[in-house]
Design a protein around this ligand. Structure first.
Ligand SMILES: [Zn+2]
Length: 253
């Protein structure tokens, strides 16, 4: 369990959720105590350092969740949609399906989708709930689906362009504006600019225009409210993810 604990702490500090629940009461204290620098570093700290590299260490100390709970199995909602993670009050994150992780033969697509993107998604909620974003973002798309988003075709889970054509990066993004926001953020940073631009070629003019307007607002929000340069963050995360297959995961202790 120790190894997975380190993994998730590292991913968490990199800090994302495809499907999640979240509350709005936030606590700005960090999971990382002041003495965190004295703990033994391991190779996975490469991951931790994505936000640290961009923002400096105080940023995550102040805003990262204080507790991460790992659940081995999957979780499903009544509508049969899968919950990859949950954030509670900005303090606690549950990460599901940890048993999928094979440390001896890490599958990068699994790590990227189930863990890294999920953590970035959820940390996106922490940011948006801590500092308000422009309500303009809520009006660009007028066809949010609510729970019916489970019926929307999704590119990442089936190569279906339905959500994209509606102007959403994923089916989950079509549920409501807050999810749309963090899905754009987490897909852009974790799947990368190239993926984002490829999606824009699949969406049709109307969908592309909506996605680009929403992205511009998110980029501006991150810059003006947080001094986060999303382009730089994307570059850092992409570079670090390329290093993951070379890590000796089983050597972590
Ligand atoms: Zn969410």
């Amino acid at each position: 369990m120790n190894k997975i604990y380190y993994l998730v702490i590292a991913v968490a500090a990199l800090v994302s959720f495809v499907s999640c629940n979240n509350d709005t009461d936030l606590d700005h204290k960090s999971i990382f105590p002041d003495g965190v620098d004295k703990t033994t570093q391991n190779e996975f700290d490469l991951w931790v350092d994505a936000y640290n590299e961009l923002m400096g260490r105080d940023f995550l100390r102040q805003y990262s969740p204080r507790m991460i709970q790992l659940i081995g199995s999957a979780e499903y909602k009544e509508d049969s949609s899968e919950v990859l993670g949950t954030a509670e009050g900005g303090m606690k994150i549950f990460l599901n399906k940890v048993n999928l992780l094979d440390l001896k033969k890490p599958d990068m697509s699994v790590i990227r989708f189930y863990y890294i993107k999920t953590m970035y998604h959820e940390f996106g909620h922490i940011l948006q709930q801590t500092k308000n974003y422009s309500t303009d973002l809520n009006t660009i798309s007028t066809d949010y689906q609510g729970p019916s988003r489970v019926n929307v075709g999704d590119y990442e889970n089936g190569r279906d362009t339905e959500a994209l054509e509606m102007g959403f990066i994923s089916a989950y993004a079509s549920s409501e504006p807050g999810e749309d926001f963090v899905e754009i953020l987490s897909f852009y940073v974790v799947y990368g600019k190239e993926y984002w631009e490829r999606m824009l070629t699949l969406v049709g003019e109307d969908g592309a225009e909506k996605m680009l307007r929403k992205y511009a607002l998110i980029k501006n929000y991150l810059k003006t409210k947080w001094e986060i340069d999303i382009e730089k963050l994307e570059q850092i995360v992409q570079r670090r993810m390329e290093e993951v297959p070379d890590l000796e995961l089983t050597a972590l202790d």
